[in-house]
Design a protein around this ligand. Structure first.
Ligand code: GUN
Ligand code: FE
Length: 423
């Protein structure tokens, strides 16, 4: 649930939250933790802090064409816009660096303190994204994309290259020993990987205890394509399950057309779903039944999926998520015949703690529990040019709700990752 604390003081040391207590205890706390009053940061009237947003699914190279290309559904969209753009960034380092610098800066300014990124297929090109993220201080999962079949001639790998490049990219990130960066094994989707590659990637992930990210059941034509490619598999989920890539750190984007049986398998394996409502609307993919996934007890996070989605902002993802859920209530009722609403509070949770659980890092981030690392946003609802107004009739919750529905990056005045100010 959404908890609003007023008049509090938070202590932070070594990036971690040491205490959160009523502010009248300030002097005693400073004394007992041997902290200095000079390092105190005070919020202005009506300013508040929230946990940083966790975008559980985004494509850094696609930032190039974000806001365009929404005229096609998934498969032709991949062939027409996505693959040609990724091919370019995969080979042109200076263009890639320019796009990645702007992309990471944009997501940080929009309050995404953690992002799970897909890069492109080469380890060297993925290293450029890693350098940029490290330089700007974001927390991230980074994936070199794997594709060894059913892909353009100039944007495809052999099985051997794919495995070798994956080892290279994993070793590059692990060698940095930067606790904010995690290599993420990234088979693009069943449609671009052979069973053999998928199996090898599962082994690499298990060998290093790494997370895996991929797409699943996003679009009806895609589901049919996967069924045609893998006639032995019971369903889309089974393609991944047979290859051993459904683990307790597997992030499955979309999941719009998963059956109850598939949801059950995903739940049993400890995998989870990244809900990407902007992308699902923009590419006309469909609407995920969020309430059903939540009621099934499956890990669930929120993602922008730019540039399938046309916004880098998790505020947008929250709003589209509310609209997606509201749209389903026009036609669906729960078994008890009662509407089970999904509210902005549910979506705010998915955008923070939900995504952190999905990524397996909720012991580190996602909310302000003592002991977690401080990833936080300072929100100023009354900043110059604020897109909304605050009135004396507004409660604290009203102000937060206004920010979530009407606010934008102008209201995000400071961004902290691991207690370091990055914006
Ligand atoms: N399925 C396979 N690749 C992609 C991609 O880049 N974006 C989305 N939205 N779906 C995919
Ligand atoms: Fe995607």
């Amino acid at each position: 649930s959404l908890v609003v604390n007023e008049d509090m003081v938070m202590g932070v040391r070594g990036g971690r939250i040491l205490f959160m207590e009523p502010k009248d205890k300030l002097d005693a706390l400073l004394c007992s933790f041997e902290m200095d009053k000079e390092n105190l940061m005070t919020l202005e009237k009506n300013q508040f802090i929230i946990p940083g947003f966790v975008d559980s699914h985004a494509h850094a190279p696609q930032y190039t064409f974000m806001g365009t290309g929404g005229d096609l559904p998934l498969i032709p969209w991949l062939q027409t816009y996505t693959y040609p753009t990724e091919t370019l960034l995969n080979t042109d380092d200076s263009f890639a660096r320019d796009v990645y610098e702007k992309c990471v800066n944009r997501t940080l300014r929009n309050g995404s303190t953690t992002v799970s990124y897909y890069a492109t297929i080469s380890a060297d090109a993925t290293r450029i994204l890693t350098d940029v993220i490290e330089c700007q201080g974001q927390r991230a999962f980074i994936g070199k994309v794997n594709m060894d079949t059913n892909s353009p001639d100039d944007y495809v790998e052999t099985l051997e290259e794919s495995v070798k490049e994956t080892h290279r990219f994993v070793e590059d990130i692990l060698a940095r020993k930067n606790p904010l960066l995690t290599p993420c094994i990234t088979p693009r989707f069943a449609g671009s990987c052979t069973h053999e590659l998928m199996e090898d990637l599962g082994k690499i992930a298990r060998g290093h205890s790494l997370p895996i990210q991929t797409h699943i059941s996003e679009n009806r034509d895609e589901v049919k394509m996967i069924a045609d490619m893998f006639p032995q598999a019971k369903n889309y989920t089974d393609v991944y399950d047979r290859a051993g890539v459904l683990g307790d750190k597997t992030i499955l984007a979309h999941g719009v057309y998963l059956s109850d049986e598939e949801l059950q398998v995903i739940g049993e394996r400890g995998s989870g779903i990244s809900h990407c409502p902007n992308s699902n609307f923009t590419l006309k993919s469909g609407i995920l039944d969020v309430r059903k996934v939540m009621n099934a007890g499956i890990k669930l996070g929120l993602g922008t999926d730019f540039a399938g989605g046309h916004s880098p902002s998790m505020l947008d993802a929250i709003r589209r998520g509310v609209t997606a859920a509201n749209t389903l209530t026009f036609s669906q009722r729960s078994d008890q015949g009662q509407l089970e609403l999904v509210t902005y509070k549910d979506l705010f949770r998915l955008a923070t703690l939900g995504s952190a659980e999905l990524m397996g890092i909720s012991d580190q981030i996602g909310n302000f529990e003592v002991g977690k690392q401080l990833d936080a946003l300072v929100i100023d609802p009354e900043v110059d040019q604020s897109p909304f107004d605050v009135f004396s009739t507004d409660s604290r919750e009203d102000i937060i709700q206004k920010f979530l529905f009407v606010g934008d990056d102008r209201n995000i005045v400071k961004v902290f990752v691991n207690a370091n100010q990055v914006v």
